[in-house]
Every structure is written in structure tokens, then in C-alpha cells.
Write a protein that binds this ligand. Structure first.
Ligand code: 13P
Length: 255
């Protein structure tokens, strides 16, 4: 596989953090620190922060994403946001299937597939999250599980649309725990995912797809994780809330 064939992407996932005012402050601080990045820089922010984030990032190399979206365009879905709404605001990316959505909000592989398909239809780029629980790793089913998550999520997605999908391998046991996967573990599973994408489509799609690692990636371990041939970037939670730390990860991906 040739890493040069695909874009490195460092994406922040702010989760349920930052008010619009705080979003403006954080992005204003980040802008000068990441301006020379030789990778894509994306910030996925809470829905209510999108407007402020778009304004604060104007004219910079920071692109804005959302953290979820519904699978319908409009209708009686109280509390939900549709891809068409995000698109009209100027959002470029959306995270789909984050383990916190799966764990706390009854997201399933099937609804992940529906959301992903709807987002792609609107021309959004999707960051699809897959990853195993600690128990599943201990049972030795990581490979089966991430392959199943990947296959179901991409069900019915054309080869052309698959080019707008980024996959983030996020072992659930490494999220917010400070317990990072080793770079070998990250590489092994990112490679499994890439092989799975090659099986679904072909080598070209697989080689062109950006596959990120996420789970306690930080300013200290980013270099090592990103040095792996199948790790094309990161999906960053906690460390994306600090301008300095996030910019160090962006620099690590720019080497
Ligand atoms: P942390 O970087 O806080 O572990 O979160 C990772 C994550 O869930 C990104 O989507």
C-alpha cells in the first residue's frame, strides 16, 4: 500500500464540549498554529457551534464537520438534524457511527448505514467510526467485528461514493481512557479495514481511502501512531480541545 496515495486527515471530535463563544476562541487560537499543515485539518463540533466555527475558520485551512446526522431529509424526528441542513450551512464532514452514539443512543450498524448513505447523498464526507469493546478484543473477535461494522456500514454504497468515506478505527477501550492502542495494534486493525474495503470494492479504492486511528491520541503518541503505513491520520477527542496539543498532532501528520 502506498501512503502517498491518500490524504492524511487530522480531525477533532469535540463531543459535547464548547459553547459557541468558546468555539470561536478555540478556533481563533488554533488557526495560526495549524496554518502550515501538510494534511487536512477538520474540526467536528456540536450542532450549535457550527455557525460560530464556520465563521471563525473562514479563510483558514480548517474545515468544519458535524458529529452526527439523521438519515431523513426532513420530517417528524424531534431533536434531529438532517444532512441537507448541514450541507446548507457549509459543513463538509460528518462523523457517523461513533461508539458513543452506538453505546448511549442505540445506534446500530443498520442505522449507521442509513445515516452514512444519506450524508453521502448530500455530498458530505463521512468519517465512519468502527472499533471493538475491550471484551470483544479479549474474545479475539476484533477482526470479525470491524469487518462486519465496515461491511454493513458500506452496504449499497457505490465505488464512487466510497471515495467520500474516511474510516476511523476507534477501539472503544482506548477512548477517553488515556489507554492508547499500541502503534502495532492500530496498524494491524487499520490494515484489516483496508483489506476489507479492497474486498468490497477494489485495491484502488482501498489504497485511496484515508483510515484514521482514534482513541487517546495525543501530542506525545501521535508521531509513533502516524508513522504506521496504514494509519493515515487521527480522530482526536480530548486533545482537540487544546489548541497547542491539537497543533502538535497536526504537525506530526504533516511530516
Ligand atoms: P479521545 O481522544 O478523547 O480518547 O477520544 C477519541 C474519540 O472518541 C474521537 O472520536
Amino acid at each position: 500500500m502506498n501512503k502517498a496515495k491518500r490524504a492524511a486527515i487530522i480531525a477533532g471530535n469535540w463531543k459535547m464540549n464548547k459553547t459557541p463563544k468558546e468555539a470561536t476562541e478555540l478556533i481563533t487560537a488554533m488557526k495560526p498554529l495549524v496554518k502550515d499543515a501538510d494534511c487536512k485539518v477538520v474540526l467536528c463540533v456540536p450542532f450549535v457551534d457550527i455557525d460560530a466555527a464556520l465563521k471563525a475558520s473562514e479563510g483558514s485551512n480548517i474545515e468544519i464537520g458535524a458529529e452526527n446526522c439523521h438519515f431523513e431529509t426532513s420530517g417528524a424526528f424531534t431533536g434531529e438534524i438532517s444532512p441537507v441542513m448541514l450541507k446548507e450551512m457549509g459543513v463538509k464532514y460528518v462523523i457517523i457511527g461513533h461508539s458513543e452514539r452506538r453505546q448511549y443512543f442505540a445506534e446500530t450498524d443498520v442505522t449507521v448505514n442509513k445515516r452514512l448513505t444519506a450524508a453521502l447523498k448530500e455530498g458530505l464526507k463521512v468519517i465512519l467510526c468502527v472499533g471493538e469493546l475491550l471484551e470483544q478484543r479479549e474474545q479475539g473477535i476484533t477482526e470479525e467485528l470491524v469487518r462486519m461494522q465496515t461491511k454493513i456500514a458500506l452496504g449499497g454504497v457505490s465505488k464512487e461514493d466510497a471515495k467520500n468515506v474516511i474510516i476511523a478505527y476507534e477501539p472503544v477501550w482506548a477512548i477517553g481512557t488515556g489507554k492508547t492502542a499500541t502503534s502495532d495494534q492500530a496498524q494491524e486493525v487499520c490494515k484489516i479495514i483496508r483489506n476489507c474495503v479492497a474486498e468490497i470494492y477494489d485495491n484502488d479504492v482501498a489504497e485511496g481511502m484515508t483510515i484514521q486511528y482514534g482513541g487517546s491520541m495525543n501530542a506525545k503518541n501521535a508521531d509513533e501512531l502516524l508513522s504506521k503505513v496504514d494509519v493515515d491520520g487521527g480522530l482526536i477527542g480530548g486533545a482537540s480541545l487544546k489548541a497547542e496539543d491539537f497543533s502538535i498532532i497536526v504537525k506530526a501528520a504533516s511530516k
